[in-house]
Write a protein that binds this ligand. Structure first.
Ligand code: BV8
Ligand code: ZN
Length: 259
């Protein structure tokens, strides 16, 4: 990550009137939340995340899938926002119109102070009935999940007694329309889009940075690795989110604060 790159990105951010921060699993990696690319462990290691995150998997073995989400919910409940999440909230506070759009199902942006982040793929904290879709009570606080995970029979709906499912978007399922519309509107009208910690492989979410570029916004990518989004990025900052984002905020506004 070059200082030149950080200065360029900081100038773009400081001048922005409208910004979007688009995040993926890498945003929460330094909080100890495994990314989708990270191999699964324990009971889940024999499975592929993309195969587990499907309606079919829940239909075939609801206790396995519910157990996996309870394990992930517990891991997130035990995790804390990192300096990257905090910097995103700082960017939101500085740029007149800023929207956080995330693919993550954790609540670390909210816990870092972000205001109403748009969850394109749902949340671990919004379970609902798999049949009548009535919201179910979310368990509060970390569950008693063993490190290696376990099967957990999902609770039954109080209304129609069908199994409760996690409030996430599974592969093959449509994204929540309002969330997708909000994200596309923000991307098509922003000056700067910051894409952080995403491999840009899952659609239609991966379209968002491309929409921003198509409408003339400057795309800044924060990722230690190369991704297909390199093609639309005006500035690539190759480093971990919890290091790069605080440096970006300092470079963008520190001088101003000192003045
Ligand atoms: C749908 C919730 C149709 C669940 C998730 C077009 C082309 C090809 C395929 C498709 C297409 N359109 C649709 C598809 C099919 C599919 C898809 O995209 N497949 C891909 C894999 C090929 N899409 C769907 O199925 C979507 N639905 O199309 O429905 C439809 C339409 C109308 C009506 C009915 C049906 C639904 C997709 C959503 C699935 N749900 N999550 C759960 O979490 O369990 S997706 C899930 O995986 C995440 O939310 C996220 O989106 C994705 C993981 O990607 P990333 O977040 O980017 O994470 P990843 O691990 O991949 O990468 C981490 C990155 O971080 C890396 O680049 C790494 O270098 C970097 N990193 C690591 N550490 C750090 C870091 N960066 C910064 N700092 C660090 N410290
Ligand atoms: Zn029900």
């Amino acid at each position: 990550m070059t200082n030149q790159g950080v200065r360029e990105a900081a100038d773009l951010l400081r001048r922005a009137r409208r910004a979007v921060v688009f995040s993926g699993a890498g945003m929460s990696a330094e909080s100890g939340v495994p990314t989708f690319r990270d191999a699964l462990t324990g009971l889940w290691q024999q499975f592929d995340a993309q195969a587990l995150a499907t309606p079919q998997a829940f239909h075939d073995d609801p206790a396995l899938v519910w157990g996996w989400y309870e394990w992930r919910r517990t891991a997130v409940a035990r995790a804390r926002p990192n300096a990257g999440h905090v910097a995103v909230a700082a960017i939101e506070a500085r740029v007149p119109h800023a929207v956080v759009v995330t693919q993550n199902v954790d609540d670390l942006h909210e816990r870092a102070g972000s205001v109403d982040p748009v969850h394109l793929h749902g949340s671990l904290f919004a379970p609902r009935c798999s049949a009548c879709a009535r919201p179910a009570r979310a368990a509060d606080g970390p569950g008693e999940e063993p490190t290696d995970g376990r099967r957990v029979t999902p609770p039954s709906c109080g209304h129609c007694s069908a199994p409760i499912r996690p409030g996430v978007v599974w592969f093959g399922e449509a994204l929540p329309e309002d969330a997708l519309d909000t994200a596309v509107d923000a991307a098509s009208s922003c000056d700067v889009l910051l894409t952080v910690g995403t491999s840009g492989l899952v659609y239609p979410a991966a379209e968002i940075p491309q929409v921003a570029a198509r409408f003339g916004a400057a795309v800044i990518q924060v990722n230690p690795q190369e991704t297909p989004l390199d093609a639309v990025a005006a500035v690539n900052l190759r480093g971990p989110a919890a290091e790069v984002l605080p440096a970006l905020v300092r470079a963008a506004w520190e001088a101003e604060d000192r003045a």
